[in-house]
Write a protein that binds this ligand. Structure first.
Ligand code: ADP
Ligand code: ADP
Ligand code: ZN
Ligand code: ZN
Length: 820
């Protein structure tokens, strides 16, 4: 260890990653450091891209020297030197698709403990021998239900879906699930060869033939005679039943489009064999406190401790001093202690069995924070990404306490954060800026929080230490109302609720009170049912494949006021690096046409498709237009290295010979929105997209930035910008789930201005929000509560922000302070 390592400081020299302007800084260890700045200023480039990446690189170098060559390919962060850097653990918000096999129990590792508990201390019915802990896990070969392979859900085809029109003949496409084109014609010839009438209407075929065609596992080969205009030479064709074809596509196909098509013929249902638990019958017969492990997994965490205590008491009375009893106490006490932390973090409304795909990013991150508390690590630095995301102000205090415990046990915390209350509690603040992209990347301030008061160029300082009082605004009066009568879903039971039209409404309440349920499920579903196809969600339909989705609604009124619904959520704008900002907003189509219209492109006969990196022709074939190839590293999942043929350009050399105003198509994808807006000043249709992106504060993003690199908040704002650019007359309903997550207060202001513009144009906006500035800027508030889970789901207060601030409820206290 050098003296640097012992003096308690991490010293960074010459940080140049992304937009960082060769900055030097020293930050203290063993305390909480907040990294602040507006979106795109460079805080993540410093905290994650430099500090965490360097710690990660050193770690891999030390444990796996042979990986060095690959790591060099992936690239070390662009920094001259860092000293005093402890090993780092990143608890980032999830990006990309989580696995449907993980749950609250697996993320927190509490599932392991429960399995041991059931295995060693459970009550076994007569005839069932003691089972191993694996037998209680749906994710092991021993434990998984044979029918659903432990998933708890089965997907199967049904005749209604496979054959939507039974009056058609096979030749006319009765079996809609079969592939089209050549493969489909091939299957029809095979059926003909098997002696089944392909010209008769489907419903006239025998039940036996129909079932065989749809469901058989048999795959006979049939010699196909040459056919006029289709096949010149005879060949052997292999039969695929409709089910076998669909299941094959779902398990084998790499094409997202094919899979999506196949899913249209499949129904998901709770597995009838295991009731959705994913476990086998013998494991389900073992109980603790009278509950099977599946039942205990469904109990909210707030009740779990009580159930465990009850089970331990029972064990005491039945077999005082036995081995099982001792195990019950040891494991039970451990689980209770860990659950307490989750309760502190306001997550008591979750159950261990809750699937991770249904968790919000903020919930998932808090689960990982809680898990780390028990890891016993010390002397590491935790790098966190906006831990306050998704938290009501009332939930922020317990979070801070838990973070304090991490530092108290000898760790450092680097937190990228926007929430002013969290920032105020930090021991040290690193403010990056002053602007975004090229206008940022400078160290504006590094020091104790109070010192930021005297740094006029800091945007963060202006919000942290406001100089003037906030301007008041007139609230709008609703034109009319939408009523949902007796709605029930999740923790909402028989709730009747009125939403005002033509204004902006904020739905508030502590975590788990039912805000998302009410807005993105109940309201969205009701409007979707009314509008049918006109409800063009900017995201995919929410939990369309959740078999347990059981919304009930007695009656509705006023839904016909909307001619469109737009759900602007935080889901990624694409799941592959092939989609990006430019393709999603449609502006890339305009750009490709501009390139195709140049003289040189004309002469060579290049059309707009030549400039697409998604189809063969103009793209680089080594990386198939991705610009990257994936590098297999033993323990770094999905690591990418630049393509060695095009060096990340995505296109082949011929395509790159075409320039528009001196730039290649690859240069354009490398431009930020701000740069592109100047470059395309002459093209009104390109400008329309670019201007709306700047309006929502995304001027710093590069056009070609892959969808997989964007944060949830950025994805949401891109969706919003895309909507704004097509905003037309009429009356649309906009639904947003926590639109300010990931936003600096100054970016929140920009976003609010855009939302107000939508309302001024006659639309209705309903948002789920925790941010007080946004709640205060709304015309109407619906506050849910009183707390989370079973203790939530009712309306605690509703009215204008001032009315709600004066009423009861968890939000009133914070809102009244804000409005004062
Ligand atoms: P913040 O965390 O403050 O929002 P970032 O550190 O994410 O900002 O981004 C700072 C700048 O670096 C932005 O201009 C952004 O577009 C750019 N940037 C971010 N990630 C990359 C990347 N992988 N490659 C190139 N530029 C990037
Ligand atoms: P909020 O948005 O206020 O944080 P949610 O609407 O997400 O609250 O959750 C309300 C209640 O419904 C919680 O008890 C939560 O656990 C439950 N819940 C939410 N989504 C699901 C789901 N997909 N499946 C089962 N329960 C859910
Ligand atoms: Zn099953
Ligand atoms: Zn390439």
């Amino acid at each position: 260890m050098t003296s640097d390592d012992r003096d308690g400081w991490v010293r960074v020299r010459g940080a140049r990653e992304n937009n960082l302007a060769n900055i030097d800084l020293d930050v203290p260890r063993d305390c909480m450091v907040a990294f602040t700045g507006i979106s795109g200023s460079g805080k993540s480039s410093l905290a994650f891209g430099t500090l965490y990446a360097e710690a990660q690189r050193r770690y891999f170098e030390s444990v796996a020297p042979y990986a060095r060559r690959l790591l060099n390919q992936v690239g070390a962060p662009d920094v001259t030197d860092i000293t005093g850097l402890p090993p780092a653990v990143a608890l980032q918000q999830r990006r990309g698709a989580p696995s449907s096999r993980s749950s609250v129990g697996t993320i927190t590792t509490l599932s392991n403990l429960l399995r041991m508990l059931y295995s060693r201390a459970g009550t076994y019915p007569a005839g069932v021998t003691h089972l191993s802990a694996e037998a209680f896990s749906p994710n092991t070969a021993t434990g998984a239900c044979p029918r659903c392979h432990g998933l708890g859900v089965v997907h199967d085809v049904t005749e209604d879906l496979l054959v939507p029109d039974a009056s058609l003949s096979i030749r006319d496409g009765a079996i809609a699930a079969w592939p089209g084109a050549w493969q489909g014609a091939n299957l029809k010839s095979i059926v003909n060869g098997l002696g089944i009438d392909t010209r008769a209407p489907w419903h006239t075929l025998s039940r036996k033939d129909r079932d065989w065609l749809l469901y058989t596992e048999e795959q006979p080969s049939v010699f196909i005679q040459p056919e006029e205009g289709r096949v010149d030479h005879g060949y052997n064709g292999k039969f695929w039943s409709a089910r076998k074809h669909i299941m094959n596509v779902l398990s084998q196909s790499q094409s997202e489009r094919m899979r999506e098509r196949a899913l249209r013929f499949v129904q998901s249902m709770t597995c009838p064999e295991c009731g959705g638990s994913g476990l086998q019958a013998n494991a389900l017969s073992v109980t603790f406190a009278g509950l099977s492990i599946a039942e205990l997994n469904a109990v909210p965490l707030t009740d779990l401790a009580d159930r465990l205590r009850e089970g331990m008491e029972r064990a005491d009375s039945e077999s005082e001093g036995s081995e099982g009893n001792e195990v019950a106490h040891r494991i039970g006490d451990d689980v209770i202690a860990r659950v307490d932390v989750l309760l502190d973090l306001g997550l008591g409304y979750l159950s261990l069995g809750r699937n991770s795909t249904t968790l919000s990013p903020g919930e998932a991150q808090r689960l990982r924070i809680a898990t780390q508390l028990r890891s016993g690590l010390f002397g590491v630095v935790y790098v966190l990404d906006e831990p306050s995301a998704g938290l009501h102000p009332a939930d922020a205090a317990p979070l801070l306490k838990v973070l304090d415990r991490l530092t108290a046990s000898g760790n450092s915390l680097f937190v990228v954060e926007h929430d002013l209350d969290v920032i105020r509690r930090a021991d040290w603040i690193v403010d990056i800026g002053p602007g975004a992209g090229e206008g940022g990347g400078q160290l504006v301030y590094s020091g104790p929080v109070d010192g930021l008061k005297d740094v006029p160029e800091s945007v963060t300082g202006r919000y942290l230490f406001p100089q003037e009082s906030r301007p008041t605004r007139e609230v709008r009066s609703p034109e009319s109302w939408v009523r949902l009568k007796k709605a029930s879903l999740h923790n909402i039971r028989d709730l009747t609720v009125d939403f005002p039209l033509g204004v902006m409404t904020a739905v508030t309440g502590v975590s788990g009170s039912g805000k998302s349920t009410l807005v993105t499920h109940v309201l969205a579903e009701a409007v979707r049912a009314q509008l049918g196809a006109a409800a063009d969600d900017a995201g995919d339909a929410a939990d369309a494949d959740d078999p347990r989705h059981d919304l009930t609604l007695e009656d509705t009124a006023g839904l016909d006021s909307f001619d469109r619904m737009v759900l602007v959520d935080q889901r990624p704008i694409g799941r592959t690096p092939r989609s990006n900002l430019a393709t999603y907003t449609g502006m890339f189509d305009v750009v490709r046409k501009l390139f195709a219209a140049t003289d040189e492109a004309h002469q060579r006969g290049y059309t707009a498709s030549r400039f697409s990196f998604n189809v063969a022709g103009g793209r680089c074939e080594t990386c198939q237009g991705e610009g990257f190839v994936s590098v297999e590293l033993l323990f770094l999942p999905g690591t990418y290295a630049p393509c060695h043929t095009c060096h990340g350009a995505r296109y082949n050399d011929e395509t790159l010979e075409i320039t528009y105003l001196g730039k290649t198509i690859a240069d354009v994808l490398g431009m930020t929105v701000d740069t592109a807006a100047d470059f395309f000043a002459e093209s009104t249709s390109a400008l329309r997209s670019l201007d709306t992106l700047r309006d929502v504060g995304l001027g710093y993003l590069r056009l070609g930035q892959p969808a997989t690199e964007l944060s949830g908040g950025e994805a949401q704002r891109i969706k919003l910008a895309t909507e704004l650019q097509r905003a037309r007359r009429g009356h649309a309903l906009y639904l947003l789930d926590e639109p300010t997550a990931g936003l600096h207060p100054s970016d929140t202001e920009l976003l609010l201005a855009q939302l107000q513009r939508l309302v001024d144009a006659g639309n209705t906006v309903v948002l789920v929000e925790h941010d007080l500035a946004t709640i205060a800027a709304s015309d109407w508030v619906i506050d849910l509560g009183p707390s989370g889970g079973d203790q939530g789901g009712t309306i605690v207060a509703t009215g204008t922000p001032r009315e709600v601030a004066a009423g009861p409820g968890a939000t009133a206290k914070y809102l009244s302070e804000w409005l004062a």
